[in-house]
Design a protein around this ligand. Structure first.
Ligand SMILES: Cc1cc2nc3c(=O)[nH]c(=O)nc-3n(C[C@H](O)[C@H](O)[C@H](O)COP(=O)(O)OP(=O)(O)OC[C@H]3O[C@@H](n4cnc5c(N)ncnc54)[C@H](O)[C@@H]3O)c2cc1C
Length: 423
């Protein structure tokens, strides 16, 4: 049955930060339905809890609220303080510290509860054209009708499982937080963590705190960077962003990979990891007992549990809903990503793509909070409601500069580029 015979202006599929950013940017001007199998930010919360992540890696200004200062205002209003952010010049910016995960999640709860929308529980399994829009069919058999559909589905493909690994009861990918099981690790366990990024570091540290024997194995020595993008992307990386837009579409995925580089960990984690055994090598074989051997000189490791913190693949055709959409609506795909236009529209449909799937038009931070909000602003502008946002005035649309929405309110060229890692 079609949900209460209502046609929503917009259906947002996905209740993660990217979906919330779209809801915030639409700012109550359209009727909106949000669809997800779980409540707001369940994936985010699950990942943060499973890896014991106490602080975000990004500043408080990076958040899903169209009013950028939302988290710091919320912190002040609820009597919390954000850690100060220190700059090499000696200046401190008291409201730009890294927010605590709990504060961020409470803020997102507050934000989602203050924005008008209908939340429908379920997973969208198909989208079909219907009178006046699209019918979205859920696994619960419910049907939601909407004039415009926003896809905020998260990762651009399934988890990356490198050779020779096969997922199983004792070999788990870090994104599978429901099965990660690090809470149950004990001093009897030997945990091998594969990967060179922050999730790998967090998994190794958590297992070590539980008293397990831990080895963290990466192909190259761990690289350190405060954020997983060049500092303050794209605020002070505007020139790079314009370079991104100047790059032909066919070269953008490669450009993004170069810009993001491989996995990195913030400096503070590197210090914490001093007590964890680190292996720079490549796994060659693993047997049924979970004895792991390496290509290089590393001694074999007898694991009881393996965590693959190896990121996700970029292959949207392996997301069943996306694969079916591509076929049904003849939607273009390039380098495993939806080939959306500058307004993030996909094909000739009233479809908008945000989050990591919109990388070809949003750039290297598409999967992060800053990129999610930029995409949301572009979407709201495209739907004709962004001009009701009275803050910040510099980003009002229709100023003949199609890159306007790329400029944040605190986009300040006078700022010193050389901040010091504070996490
Ligand atoms: C451990 C970790 C820490 C991170 N920390 C930061 C940070 O500090 N700062 C930062 O900027 N970025 C950070 N990121 C990156 C990024 O912000 C997060 O991954 C964020 O969750 C991405 O938001 P999203 O909404 O795009 O995707 P998700 O949070 O994955 O949400 C997607 C939602 O879509 C739903 N969905 C998918 N398909 C369907 C369907 N067919 N029907 C209905 N619902 C569907 C899913 O259930 C999910 O709820 C971090 C990522 C990780 C993994």
């Amino acid at each position: 049955m079609v949900l209460r015979d209502v046609t929503f202006d917009v259906a947002i599929i996905g209740a993660g930060p990217a979906g919330l950013a779209v809801l915030s940017a639409l700012n109550g001007k359209l009727s909106v339905c949000v669809i997800d199998a779980h409540s707001w930010l369940t994936e985010w919360r699950g990942r943060f809890a499973a890896l014991d992540i106490k602080f975000l890696r990004s500043e408080s200004s990076a958040n899903p609220d169209v009013f950028h200062s939302g988290v710091s205002e919320f912190a002040m209003r609820t009597g919390r303080r954000l850690p100060e952010f220190k700059w090499r010049t000696g200046r401190t910016l008291p409201e730009t510290g890294l927010p605590e995960s709990r504060l961020f999640e409470e803020f997102c709860d507050y934000l989602s509860s203050s924005l008008a929308h209908e939340f429908v529980v379920g997973t969208v399994t198909s989208v079909e054209r219907a009178t006046g829009g699209y019918d979205l069919t859920l696994d619960t058999k419910k049907v939601v009708r909407a004039r415009h559909v926003v896809f905020a589905l998260g990762a651009p493909g399934p988890p990356n499982v490198p050779e020779p690994w096969k997922l199983g009861p004792r070999v788990v990918h870090s994104s599978d937080w429901r099965r990660l099981g690090l809470d149950c690790v004990s001093s009897r366990d030997a945990v091998l963590v594969i990967g060179g990024g922050l999730s790998a570091a967090q998994a190794a540290l958590k297992a070590a705190r539980k008293g397990a024997k831990v080895a963290l194995c990466s192909r190259r020595p761990l690289a350190t960077r405060r954020f997983d993008l060049p500092e303050n992307w794209p605020k002070r990386g505007r020139a790079r962003l314009f370079e991104f837009y100047g790059t032909p579409l066919a070269q953008r995925a490669a450009w993004v990979d170069r810009e993001r580089g491989g996995g990195t960990v913030p400096p503070s984690y590197l210090r914490e990891l001093a007590g964890v055994r680190r292996v720079v090598d490549v796994v060659s074989e693993v047997d049924a007992t979970l004895r792991v051997t390496f290509h290089g000189a590393t001694e074999p490791f007898d694991a009881t549990r393996v965590v693959l913190a190896t990121g996700t693949t970029r292959n949207c055709a392996r997301i069943p809903l996306v694969r079916d959409l591509v076929r049904a609506f003849d939607l273009p795909v390039l380098d495993g990503l939806p080939l959306v236009d500058e307004t993030l529209r996909w094909g000739h449909e009233r479809f908008t793509v945000v989050g990591a799937l919109a990388t070809l038009q949003v750039g290297p931070d598409a999967a992060n909070l800053t990129g999610a909000r930029r995409a949301a602003e572009i979407c709201a502008d495209d739907l004709g409601v962004y001009d009701i946002v009275d803050e910040p005035p510099r980003r009002l649309p229709h100023s003949n500069n199609k890159f306007d929405v790329l400029l944040g309110d605190d986009d300040d060229d006078d700022d010193d580029d050389s901040e010091e890692g504070s996490s």
